[in-house]
Design a protein around this ligand. Sequence first.
Ligand SMILES: N[C@@H](CCC(=O)N[C@@H](CS)C(=O)NCC(=O)O)C(=O)O
Length: 221
Amino acid sequence: MAKKGEIKLLGTPASHFVNRVQIGLNLKCIDYEFISENLGCKSDLLLKSNPVHQRVPVLLHANEPPLIESLLIIEYIDEIFPDVHPILPRAPSVRAHNRTWAYFIDTQSPDKKGEEEAKIQIREAAKLLERVFVECSDGKAYFGGDNIGYLDIALGCFLGWITFSETLNNYKVFDETISPRLVEWAKKMRSHEAVKNALPSHDALLKHYSMIQYIKPPRTA
Ligand SMILES: N[C@@H](CCC(=O)N[C@@H](CS)C(=O)NCC(=O)O)C(=O)O
């Protein structure tokens, strides 16, 4: 178990990548210090800890070199704290399968597309992920089976922003007709303590969203 003050997480609460690490730390009951970062004016600590990408999350563990990349941080905490809530599947082939789909999740980026194109991409991704869910969950509640696993964390960290954008755009990312199992999964995830305590509130996201809209250049056709 981590000693008090041994783990620090550098991040911003509105970042789903940071939320991903928070879900992992919560599941493992790891006590950590959250160091809030202002991405508009990055701290020396962030620039020193992640000099190449200068992005959050960064995990600082005692005197170890800083760790970056949310999925790699999840793997790290799973390795050094293996006893409480194992995250990665044990079988190498299942691990590889999970990592493949986590990579898929992180490479879906509808940001730069038009609205209709983005909706089609989201729908196609939801269809695929529904199939992956059915395959991995084996009739149980999570990708990880009875417990939240690697893919649950990889996808679940987006639930804050998904809920927010569904309200804002009146559009369902996980829809009963396309991904009924994922609708159930999302409900279950949102009510899990480890997830609930990591996801930002609607108001926090609204504040962040308004700020981004204010500084973002207008989209060109
Ligand atoms: N692949 C990275 C992505 C991290 C990332 O994009 N972080 C964003 C916040 S959500 C960030 O720090 N952005 C600041 C910047 O790019 O300057 C991960 O999984 O940790």
